[in-house]
Design a protein around this ligand. Structure first.
Ligand code: SAM
Length: 204
């Protein structure tokens, strides 16, 4: 059985890896390119971690709620919120797989590099869909299929990325429409290059 990864232990140093900061910027730019992001939207960032994507999107939206199952990761985001003075960013400690859900309803749910940590993706996406306004969107960024060499530590890794067709099928099975898969970024690690896909889809 694959164990869950403990992100509390890595939270203090998470942002020190420049490729994570660059990736969050690239993903945020790709989300903006795919969805117009009206300023009046309320968003949820699922598996927000230290808020690398959350804080990029915050100035573009009415509000954004970062949810994560790691209190350590959320503590880093809380520090950023305090230091930035942004009043439209909030955090909630939620483990969506265990059924602890945020309280709001959203126009947009984003997620960056979290889906590969989720064992059963379709039930998760089906749950996220219940948090969207009718016609709301998801924007989910994750590794394209890879050979398992991306993570040195296999703890909590349930998927070695996702093929575009796999993402499409999972979104269809979860009841989403208007599905689009685009290339969002590339992660350079040593000699290797790992593409990251962005899946956008709409709730009916
Ligand atoms: C690889 S990190 C990505 C963090 C951030 N999105 C980023 O791009 O830097 C994955 C995050 O997903 C969170 N996570 C994993 N499973 C979760 C779940 N079931 N519910 C909420 N958060 C979860 C982890 O705690 C971790 O912070």
């Amino acid at each position: 059985m694959i164990q869950q990864r403990n992100f509390d232990t890595v939270s203090l140093h998470w942002d020190e890896e420049p490729r994570r900061v660059m990736l969050a910027r690239d993903i945020s730019v790709s989300i903006q390119a795919q969805l117009a992001l009206p300023q009046q939207w309320n968003a949820l960032d699922f598996g927000c971690g230290t808020g690398l994507v959350t804080m990029q999107l915050a100035p573009l939206l009415q509000s954004i709620t970062g949810i994560d199952s790691s209190s350590g990761m959320l503590d880093r985001l809380k520090d950023k919120i305090k230091n930035s003075g942004y009043s439209n960013v909030v955090t909630e400690l939620c483990d969506v797989e265990k059924g602890t859900l945020p309280t709001g309803t959203y126009h947009l749910i984003t997620s960056a590099m979290t889906l590969h940590h989720i064992e059963n993706v379709v039930p998760l996406l089906t749950t996220l869909k219940t948090l969207l306004h009718p016609g709301g969107w998801v924007a989910l960024a994750d590794l394209a299929s890879e050979d398992g060499s991306f993570h040195e530590d296999p703890t909590g890794i349930f998927h070695h990325g996702f093929a575009a067709e796999e993402l499409t099928t999972m979104l269809e099975e979860s009841g989403f429409t208007s599905i689009s898969i685009t290339a969002a970024a590339n992660i350079s690690k040593g000699e290797r290059n790992f593409p990251v896909l962005l899946a956008t889809a709409q709730s009916c």
